[in-house]
Write a protein that binds this ligand. Structure first.
Ligand SMILES: Nc1nc2c(ncn2[C@@H]2O[C@H](COP(=O)(O)OP(=O)(O)O)[C@@H](O)[C@H]2O)c(=O)[nH]1
Ligand SMILES: [Mg+2]
Length: 349
């Protein structure tokens, strides 16, 4: 493959912070690039983007639910509402059914283009095929959402809710909204499984269908397991219709209310820090494996280091990476560990 000039991370970060669209696109491409040089530049980019803003500002909203529930349609309707109120919106659509080569549903971007005919500077959509780690959200999605949070008021991550995904999305969003399909057993089964953290907000879509939607909403209200509930939050169930544009403003209001709830409880920053640590750990594990984590003192030590660097975890991430890489190199030159044992170097070959 021909060599591609990779951007200077610090320069790129300053352009992203000014909301330059080309810079946002190029930053997302960098985060999506698995080669060694790109990975270290990604860490520098994220370190440059980290700051107070990402601890306290913006809103990361996870939208999940079964295929066909109307997530993309609903996100599209929600975007119109947000844009109407002057907020800028970034979207990451992680939806395998959106992959045109699979003949799946229309890309979210296409829906938006159909509905909002004029080009909109305040809206940025990136569709990602699900790179499918056992049904989970692939590891680059979180850094991508973090990048978008540095320059958009609202960042939406749309994922299909199957198995592992709900757990992953709960580790991305400040607020998680579950979109339910009326008259489908999926949601109730999902709630009764009890293994997953319940979403903050439920949206029963397709309320234009009438009774089945109302029945599903009532079932959800009854079934949400009470023991998992956080105090003081009421887990609203909203009846909406993406196609008829019904209840969208009310849903967005509930999403705002959840953010205010987190801010009021002083927990938005803590929540993001927790999510941050979980994903940095995941990125390290993915790049270096458990053996690599041991070279940096093991996961407990790493967690502690990340906890001590709350507002600049990416810089700490980069330091830990460098440390692991140099340990790999020194072990490599002095002992039996072969170069091939560093997964990243294999990737570069
Ligand atoms: N009747 C009705 N159909 C809807 C509504 N929202 C979405 N749909 C339809 O449901 C199907 C799946 O929608 P889509 O947004 O692609 O679902 P996703 O897979 O969850 O993203 C499409 O045929 C939509 O037109 C709604 O509010 N009412
Ligand atoms: Mg979709």
């Amino acid at each position: 493959m021909a060599l591609i000039n990779l951007p200077d991370p610090e320069q790129l970060a300053s352009r992203i912070l000014r909301g330059v669209r080309e810079a946002v696109a190029s930053g997302l491409n960098l985060l999506d690039n698995r080669l060694a040089d790109a990975r270290s530049r990604s860490a520098r980019l994220l370190a440059s983007l980290s700051g107070e803003r990402q601890m306290n500002e913006g809103h990361l909203v996870g939208v999940t639910g079964p295929p066909g529930a109307g997530k993309s349609s609903l996100v599209s309707a929600m975007i119109r509402e947000w844009r109407f109120s002057g907020r800028t919106v970034g979207v990451l659509a992680v939806d395998p059914s959106s992959r045109p080569e699979l003949g799946g549903g229309a890309l979210l971007g296409d829906r938006i283009r159909i509905k909002n005919s004029s080009y909109d500077e305040g809206l940025f959509i990136r569709s990602l095929a699900n790179r499918n780690q056992m049904g989970g959200v692939s590891s680059e999605v979180w850094p991508m959402s973090w990048l978008m949070l540095s320059c958009f008021d609202v960042v939406v991550v749309e994922t299909v809710g199957v198995g592992q995904t709900e757990i992953d999305i709960a580790e991305i969003g400040d607020t998680v909204c579950y979109v339910a399909q009326p008259a489908s057993g999926d949601t109730i089964q999902y709630l009764k499984s009890g293994i997953i953290q319940i979403p903050d907000i439920f949206a029963v879509n397709k309320c234009d269908l009438g009774a089945p939607a109302r029945k599903t909403a009532a079932e959800i209200s009854r079934s949400a397991p009470r023991q998992d509930r956080r105090e003081d939050w009421d887990y609203p169930v909203c009846l909406v219709s993406a196609t008829m544009n019904t209840g969208i403003k009310q849903l967005n209001d509930q999403i705002d209310r959840h953010r205010s709830f987190l801010v009021g409880a002083g927990s938005l920053g803590n929540l993001r820090t927790r999510h941050h640590s979980a994903w940095v750990m995941r990125l390290l594990k993915e790049e270096f494996g458990t053996f690599g984590l041991e070279l940096a003192g093991g996961s407990a030590t790493i967690s502690q280091r990340l906890g001590e660097h709350r507002s600049c975890q990416f810089e700490e991430y980069e330091r830990i990476r460098t440390q692991i890489l140099s340990r790999f190199k020194s072990d490599n030159s002095s002992s039996s560990i072969t170069k091939k044992e560093h997964p990243n170097e294999q990737a570069v070959v």
